[in-house]
Design a binder for this molecule. Structure first.
Ligand SMILES: *[C@@H]1O[C@H](CO)[C@@H](O)[C@H](O)[C@H]1NC(C)=O
Ligand SMILES: *[C@@H]1O[C@H](CO)[C@@H](O)[C@H](O)[C@H]1NC(C)=O
Ligand SMILES: *[C@@H]1O[C@H](CO)[C@@H](O)[C@H](O)[C@H]1NC(C)=O
Ligand SMILES: *[C@@H]1O[C@H](CO)[C@@H](O)[C@H](O)[C@H]1NC(C)=O
Ligand SMILES: *[C@@H]1O[C@H](CO)[C@@H](O)[C@H](O)[C@H]1NC(C)=O
Ligand SMILES: *[C@@H]1O[C@H](CO)[C@@H](O)[C@H](O)[C@H]1NC(C)=O
Ligand SMILES: *[C@@H]1O[C@H](CO)[C@@H](O)[C@H](O)[C@H]1NC(C)=O
Ligand SMILES: *[C@@H]1O[C@H](CO)[C@@H](O)[C@H](O)[C@H]1NC(C)=O
Ligand SMILES: *[C@@H]1O[C@H](CO)[C@@H](O)[C@H](O)[C@H]1NC(C)=O
Ligand SMILES: *[C@@H]1O[C@H](CO)[C@@H](O)[C@H](O)[C@H]1NC(C)=O
Length: 336
């Protein structure tokens, strides 16, 4: 009885397979193997790419001039597909002088792993629909003229590794949800006009190796949780309005190669042990803050240092003067 039922239920599916086969043969017969049609999943990719092209108002070098249905979109300039599924996995149109808005329909490229629209003239907002790209690992929209705030929905791209939105006109807060991006290794928001504070939640993104918030309008203090970001190699908070002291936990970041806090409102004394905390430090910029006291002698122990920029008004401790003098010849020393 069960057997009969199973056999019976199998028949329609076989019929379906046959029909599909016939359709495939028909479409091959029509000579369109190298084209995508508007149906199916690659059809969705085709539609969103055409929609993206439609939103581009200026293409001075003709980067998209061959984006038409006479060739499969996998062959279009800047598009990379998976060989197996023929879905779009990467879109790289950096540096083509394109302008216009970024079409929300890019969020329909559901297999997209890398999107690079850097160094163009894209304006308008970052579409929150990009948050639908759950396969996205790298998003680079840097060097454009994008406006508005950073959509919190971007943090739905849960396996994101690289997020670069630097050099735009973005305003508002850094979404706290970015801290949920456990795979994020690089976050660059340099040269925007972001306000608010560095939220403690951001320190949950413990894979971060690079955190660049240079040239914004961020206030508040450096969160104590910064010490959780033990993978950090680069920490730049240069030119913001950050106040308070340097939290003790910062000295846990022993892999740091670049630490730049220049141009903020930080105060307090530099901890005596600062030079022992960062054996890999190459660049240390602390100038134009409100630090007091002396340059700790231990700075003479920063054996990898190449460049150091400290505050003019804090004096050198006698001992460090001696140590620093020993290697002044091999690195750049700036009093600013
Ligand atoms: C993108 O997907 C949405 C929702 O599925 C749909 O309404 C819209 O028409 C699609 N846009 C394009 C250009 O395919
Ligand atoms: C369509 O793209 C092909 C290259 O794939 C190009 O030679 C052709 O000029 C394009 N046609 C139109 C109408 O833009
Ligand atoms: C995006 O493209 C630019 C220009 O080719 C390149 O410099 C940059 O590294 C790319 N971004 C990413 C995240 O690979
Ligand atoms: C992001 O995820 C939240 C919660 O799962 C959902 O409500 C929201 O619609 C998503 N946004 C986008 C743009 O996918
Ligand atoms: C954006 O940042 C990523 C990660 O640091 C970097 O690989 C990429 O080159 C940057 N893009 C540009 C245009 O510099
Ligand atoms: C993301 O990180 C988790 C651990 O936090 C890891 O298991 C997973 O493989 C990573 N995913 C990708 C796509 O790298
Ligand atoms: C940045 O934002 C602040 C506060 O919203 C505003 O006063 C300032 O003019 C903005 N600066 C730029 C360069 O847009
Ligand atoms: C993220 O950070 C906040 C504040 O630091 C903390 O309360 C919360 O438990 C953290 N969440 C996770 C998932 O680690
Ligand atoms: C810093 O490291 C010390 C031990 O090296 C540990 O006790 C402390 O909890 C760490 N602090 C933070 C904020 O991670
Ligand atoms: C670190 O500096 C101290 C003096 O501040 C010195 O006695 C010590 O030898 C130095 N250690 C290294 C590894 O350079």
């Amino acid at each position: 009885m069960t057997e009969v039922t199973r056999a019976g239920s199998r028949r329609p599916s076989r019929l379906f397979v046959l029909t599909l086969g016939a359709l495939l043969v028909m479409s091959c017969g029509a000579g369109s193997v190298s084209r995508a049609t508007l149906g199916g999943e690659d059809g969705a990719d085709l539609r969103s790419l055409l929609d993206f092209k439609r939103a581009i108002t200026n293409d001075p070098r003709g980067a998209l001039s061959a984006w038409n249905v006479s060739a499969h979109f996998c062959l279009w300039n800047g598009v990379r597909c998976s060989g197996r599924t023929r879905r779009v996995v990467a879109l790289d149109l950096a540096g083509h002088g394109l302008s216009g808005q970024i079409a929300a329909s890019l969020g329909n490229l559901s297999s997209l792993a890398a999107l690079n629209l850097s160094t163009n003239g894209f304006s308008g907002p970052i579409p929150p629909h990009l948050g639908r790209l759950t396969e996205l690992r790298s998003l680079d929209l840097s060097y454009n003229t994008l406006q508005g705030s950073i959509p919190g929905a971007l943090t739905n791209c849960s396996i994101l590794r690289t997020l670069n939105l630097s050099r735009n006109f973005l305003v508002g807060r850094i979404p706290a949800e970015i801290g949920r991006l456990s795979n994020l290794t690089s976050l660059s928001l340099r040269f925007n006009n972001l306000t608010g504070i560095i939220q403690p939640e951001l320190c949950n993104a413990t894979s971060l190796k690079e955190l660049r918030l240079t040239y914004n309008n961020l206030g508040g203090s450096i969160p104590e949780g910064i010490g959780k970001l033990t993978e950090l190699r680069t920490l730049s908070l240069t030119v913001n309005r950050i106040s308070g002291g340097i939290p003790e936990s910062l000295f846990n970041l022993s892999l740091l190669q670049l630490l730049s806090l220049t141009g903020n409102r930080l105060h307090g004394q530099l901890p005596p042990a600062i030079g022992h905390a960062f054996p890999n430090l190459q660049f240390l910029d602390l100038a134009t803050n409100m630090f007091e006291g002396h340059v700790p002698a231990s700075l003479g122990n920063l054996s990898s240092i190449q460049e150091m920029d400290l505050e003019k008004k804090i004096g050198l401790e006698g001992k460090s003067e001696f140590h620093l003098a020993c290697f002044l010849t091999s690195f750049v020393w700036t009093w600013s």
